[in-house]
Design a protein around this ligand. Structure first.
Ligand code: GLY
Length: 383
């Protein structure tokens, strides 16, 4: 999507906190529209949740009851991904490895089958097209699956991207559009005066900006300078993951696979990602025997052949979880303050839609109806 028709005044200065997929994609759109954009990150660009993620574009597989507005946003963003990836590749020269085999959500037990049936009903109610495959057919298309697999839901639109390449590509596209990237720079907080933002406090100095976008993921709540009532209620939701190495030229899987207790993501380069735990342990960076054991055991039940594969990498990431697990998007309660955080399990999936909606809001002040349900004001009654 081009923002060429939304040229801003060149003097509009935007400061973004957080150089993950969300901050970089918003910055890319705004820089391309003529804004003067600075992005600050406490570490290197794309090295937080953007690096830790699995890159699943799982609007169907991740569907939850009572989240209709979120499902609609996820599906909007999912539908944008093919064009977004092509545009990003053209702007950066980096192939982000969008793969379109889709996702299989498998059942191993009668209990799993019952749960999948309820998921299928929910998907149907929401108009999400998925297809039931009996066990024999699932094993025909994925021959390394356990004979115990009794069936699967095929989610044909739940594709995947290589999220680490997405982070690198966004950093490059953003800078090619004229954006400035400040890595390893800690932002102390947001500077305000008379109910509007002045910019960012960095060290002893002030970086002036007309608009500040908070896109700091799980670290968003820790930003100083905001009254308690306006700090985004986002917490870190820890996830442990690992990558195995598949034999070259012989991938064990082609589809993304969801099995009870884990998901498996085959990459073009031969890695097989297995994720992820969901833990309320703050910013605890420890990998645990129990976490890895549960992931490996769940994955092994579905694909016994993983037993022979070398472990290549293990890591921990922090999802930015809001109080209702939905993102926080749009006006931040002070003139010039904009939120783009709290994407929880859906940060990579929601990147194109977030960039579109938040950039348009910064440029025009408009709050698109698709973004309206995700305002920070929804928490004000319970904060
Ligand atoms: N979206 C997958 C996860 O958060 O683990």
């Amino acid at each position: 999507m081009s923002f060429g028709h939304l040229k801003s005044s060149p003097s509009r200065r935007v400061a973004i906190v957080g150089a993950g997929a969300i901050g970089l994609s918003i910055g890319w759109r705004l820089a391309a529209a003529g804004c003067s954009v600075d992005i600050f990150d406490r570490g290197a660009a794309g090295q937080g949740a953007t690096r830790a993620a699995g890159g699943m574009l799982a609007a169907a597989a991740e569907v939850e009851p009572a989240e209709d507005a979120l499902v609609a946003l996820c599906r909007r963003s999912q539908a944008m991904w093919a064009d977004f990836a092509a545009e990003l590749e053209a702007a950066s020269g980096i192939d982000v490895e969008l793969r379109r085999e889709g996702t299989l959500v498998i059942a191993l037990t009668a209990d799993d089958l019952g749960k999948l049936r309820r998921t299928a009903e929910l998907q149907q109610r929401l108009g999400i097209g998925t297809r039931w495959l009996p066990g024999g057919e699932v094993r025909r298309i994925e021959p390394y699956l356990s004979p115990r697999v009794s069936g699967a839901l095929h989610c044909p639109d739940d594709h995947q991207v290589e999220n680490r390449k997405v982070g690198a590509a966004l950093a490059r596209a953003y800078q090619a559009a004229g954006g400035r990237l400040h890595e390893h720079v800690a932002v102390e907080g947001i500077a305000t005066t008379d109910g509007r933002v002045l910019g960012l406090r960095i060290g002893d100095g002030l970086h002036e900006a007309d608009t500040v976008v908070v896109a700091a993921g799980a670290w968003s709540r820790g930003l100083g300078g905001l009254p308690d009532g306006l700090r985004p209620p986002v917490r870190p939701v820890k996830g442990q993951m690992l990558a195995l190495r598949m034999p070259s030229g012989e991938p064990l899987l082609r589809h993304v696979l969801w099995t009870p207790g884990a998901y498996l993501i085959p990459r073009r380069d031969g890695r097989l990602l297995i994720g992820a735990t969901v833990e309320e342990r703050g910013f605890d960076e420890n990998l645990t025997a129990g976490g890895l054991l549960s992931l490996l055991e769940s994955a092994w039940r579905a694909v016994p052949g993983i037993e022979e594969l070398p472990v290549e990498e293990t890591w921990v990431g922090f999802r930015p979880g809001s109080r209702d697990d939905a993102p926080i998007l749009g006006p931040g309660g002070i003139a010039g303050l904009v939120m783009a955080t709290g994407h929880h399990r859906n940060g990579i999936l929601l990147t194109p839609a977030t960039a579109e909606l938040v950039a348009r809001h910064v440029l025009t002040g408009e709050v698109d109806p698709a973004m309206a349900p995700f305002g920070i004001d929804r928490f004000s009654r319970t904060r």
